[in-house]
Design a protein around this ligand. Structure first.
Ligand code: ADP
Ligand code: MG
Ligand code: MG
Ligand code: MG
Ligand code: MG
Ligand code: MG
Length: 700
């Protein structure tokens, strides 16, 4: 979340009238910062993570577990505490290394039951700092907990299993439904009360002309009635015009039906922001990390339950996408274009739709020929000195309307700010975000990696953060090439939603990450003499073959661990068997086309730089977790939660996740976190909590 401006937020009809002005001023502000910052060089290689929490009230003996809506009070308590870390330090995982981190920073989020925490300042380039991430995350959780009531807990489930279920699920209780969300499942009070958030939700609904429609396929279990009709939908409400939505078919059979922004934006994720040394490197990072998005989404899958039912998908992404989809019927292609300017194929929350680097390795075939852009805006950017490719990116983001506009900001254009630019930028929720320097140009060009699901433990959250940092360094050091057509990244994003996609699906991935002749030998390190000079690497590999030959379908095991490892460890991976049974061409490729694997690449990178043994061993724990999640040796959180539900005595194999199951699931999650905070690992909980060893491993 950026800074929350105060002021008079315009309702949709008034906001719509100002949309053009806000875009125009946003572009002027963008050009101002572009001209100031485009030549910035040698910014430090910094990075930072964001961890989001749900706040729940839980006690062992109270069967009710609820979302606590005390975000504002908790943030106040945190802000007033001058000695934040007192009762939490030294952090349990301390290794003797002296941290230079100031106290962590806590931020509000969309849900009034959410918190976000970041490190007090971004992490630097030192390997030692990678080892600090986990203890810093634990410190954040500890501090957050210490500013809550005894029965409140910050937990890192992506979604609250029973948000929107009939009955009471918030503390305090508020009845449905309110004028902003008009949801039949959640009260307006579910959203952060700051005017920005209810206005965002209300204006998305108004622009769209009906409520958002978040339908998730239900998981069909043995006793699930089929066709399944969401039993929580009320067809007889007549309070708002939008109550007609369900009578008009908004809630189809076999889908869990949700109708408000909170069902999406109330989900927690793990985001990583990297600062590049300059604009060119930032654009390269953006492009190269982009194809990794769906892979990391599937690998971090943690969202199998919605509104009290098991879903047939494992990740949150599409639900958030639908929860903020403000497209009109014309833009959706349901009606002929009359008032609106374009058909728009994706929600404003979606995988990104274009590449932005001027890298010679970016073949035109990788781009989407049908990308919708505002030609007018593109021309303004070109006239202002921006190059075609980046102008195209922003001209695509700017096809959207600004949703929340404050009247006070329209008095005059202030070029010493970026508020209007950020208005559009920060409501384009793509899986990568290219972040220009702020108006004062005090920091560099940044790239944010946004698809990952939050993990239940800080060990896992640290593991995925550290992995992304290491892979980014490998990409830059070896000038790896991950390009595939951007449309294939979209397809992968869909694929990542499937139940157990990590094991059962294959993803389009580039076969050869190296420029010709610089691929490292299997044993040797890809660094040193074989590192391409930048001149050689920026020459396109010649001759270009057909684009389709550059990528193929791979399992996540192959992508993460490499084909050699995948062949030696196929046991847990149904997709390996499926691939063998696939058509001839594919199975040939499957058998013969070697892929080194991202973890082996990280390891050869670590071999090539000086890392002391202790650091290397501790990094190995993180890589090991990821290796095993990719190979199926360990379960994703999604799989673990499904198993937890299935093995609960109250579960009736009918897809319903009732209050007792939710209570016990949250109880298990709280217990795991408490063990983790004490530095005890989870050994003692194995046997008590079903599936724990399959999920988190033996001990750590
Ligand atoms: P947003 O919510 O807009 O993505 P946040 O302010 O929550 O942004 O910060 C995102 C992350 O970026 C935080 O972890 C923060 O520490 C980190 N960060 C801040 N400054 C920099 C920088 N110059 N380079 C890299 N990361 C940074
Ligand atoms: Mg956030
Ligand atoms: Mg943030
Ligand atoms: Mg944010
Ligand atoms: Mg968010
Ligand atoms: Mg962020």
């Amino acid at each position: 979340m950026g800074l929350l401006a105060l002021g008079t937020a315009l309702d949709w009809p008034d906001a719509k009238k100002q949309a053009r002005l806000v875009r125009e001023w946003g572009i002027k502000q963008l050009l101002e910062i572009w001209n100031k910052a485009k030549g910035k060089e040698r910014d430090a290689m910094l990075w930072g993570d964001e961890v989001e929490y749900l706040v729940v009230t839980y006690s062992k003996d109270d069967p009710k577990v609820l979302l606590s809506l005390r975000q504002a009070d908790i943030l106040d308590a945190l802000a007033q505490d001058k000695s934040l870390a007192q009762r939490c330090s030294p952090a349990p995982d301390e290794s003797g290394y002296k941290s230079s981190q100031p106290p962590p920073v806590f931020h509000p989020e969309f849900g009034r039951f959410m918190l976000e925490a970041t490190p007090g300042k971004p992490w630097g380039i030192e390997f030692k700092e990678l080892l600090e991430v986990e203890s810093n995350m634990k410190l954040r959780r500890c501090i957050a907990k210490n500013h809550m009531r005894p029965n409140e807990y910050p937990i890192t489930l992506t979604t609250f299993p029973r948000i929107g279920s009939p009955g009471v699920f918030t503390d305090p209780y508020y009845p449905v439904s309110g004028p902003k969300l008009r949801s039949q499942f959640v009260p307006d009070e579910i959203a952060n009360p700051h005017i920005r958030f209810p206005t965002l939700a209300a204006n998305i609904r108004s622009r769209r002309g009906r409520k958002v429609q978040v339908n998730v396929p239900v998981f069909r279990d043995e006793n699930t009635p089929w066709p399944w009709k969401d039993p929580t939908v009320n067809y007889d409400l007549h309070q708002w015009p939008e109550d007609d939505d369900v009578r008009n078919g908004a809630a189809p059979d076999n889908f869990i039906h949700m109708d408000a922004m909170a069902f999406g934006m109330g989900s927690c994720c793990l985001q990583i922001t990297f600062q590049a040394k300059n604009l060119t490197e930032g654009r390269q990072m953006y492009d190269q990390l982009s194809p990794l998005g769906p892979i990391l989404l599937a690998l971090t899958a943690a969202t199998p339950v919605y509104k009290g039912f098991l879903a047939d998908t494992d990740v949150r992404w599409n639900q958030i996408s639908k929860a903020v989809d403000d497209r009109t019927p014309e833009e959706l292609g349901e009606k002929p274009l009359e008032k609106d300017r374009w058909r728009i194929p994706k929600s404003r929350y979606a995988s990104n739709s274009t590449y932005i680097s001027e890298d010679a390795r970016l073949r035109p075939e990788y781009l989407d020929p049908d990308l919708v852009i505002d030609e007018n805006i593109k021309q303004q950017l070109l006239d202002g000195g921006m190059d075609d490719r980046l102008a195209t990116h922003f001209a695509h983001l700017f096809i959207r309307d600004p949703i929340v506009i404050f009247a006070e900001d329209l008095e005059e254009l202030d070029l010493s700010k970026t508020d209007h630019f950020e208005n559009l930028q920060s409501t384009n929720w793509q899986h990568m975000r290219f972040k220009p320097p702020p108006a004062d140009n005090s920091i560099g060009w940044r790239v944010e990696f946004r698809p990952m699901e939050i993990q239940i433990t800080d060990f896992e959250n640290a593991a995925f953060s550290v992995f992304m940092v290491l892979i980014t360094r490998v990409i830059l050091s070896y000038r790896l090439n991950f390009y595939i057509p951007i449309k294939k990244v979209d397809e992968n994003m869909e694929t990542a939603h499937a139940r157990d996609a990590v094991l059962t699906r294959r993803f389009y991935f580039r076969r050869n990450l190296f420029p010709p002749a610089t691929r490292p030998s299997r044993r040797g390190s890809p660094s040193g003499s074989s590192t391409p000079t930048s001149a050689a690497a920026s020459r396109p590999p010649t001759p270009f073959g057909p684009v389709e030959d550059e990528y193929r379908l791979m399992t996540i095991n192959e992508i993460i661990n490499g084909t050699a490892y995948a062949r030696a460890n196929p046991g847990n991976i149904p997709a390996c068997a499926a691939a063998a049974a696939d058509d001839d061409k594919d199975s040939d490729e499957y058998a013969t086309d070697d892929f080194p694997g991202l973890i082996p690449l990280v390891e050869s990178y670590l071999d090539s730089v000086n890392v002391d043994v202790t650091t290397r061993c501790r990094l190995a724990r993180y890589l090991d977790l990821i290796r095993k999640r990719a190979s199926g040796e360990l379960w994703t959180a999604a799989r673990w939660i499904r198993n937890f539900v299935a093995s609960h005595p109250e579960y009736k194999r009918d897809s319903a996740v009732g209050e007792e199951i939710t209570h016990d699931l949250v109880g298990a999650v709280v217990k795991i976190a408490e063990c983790e905070a004490r530095g005890e690992g989870w050994k003692d909980l194995v046997g008590e909590i079903p599936g724990l060893e399959k999920f988190l491993g033996k001990a750590r």
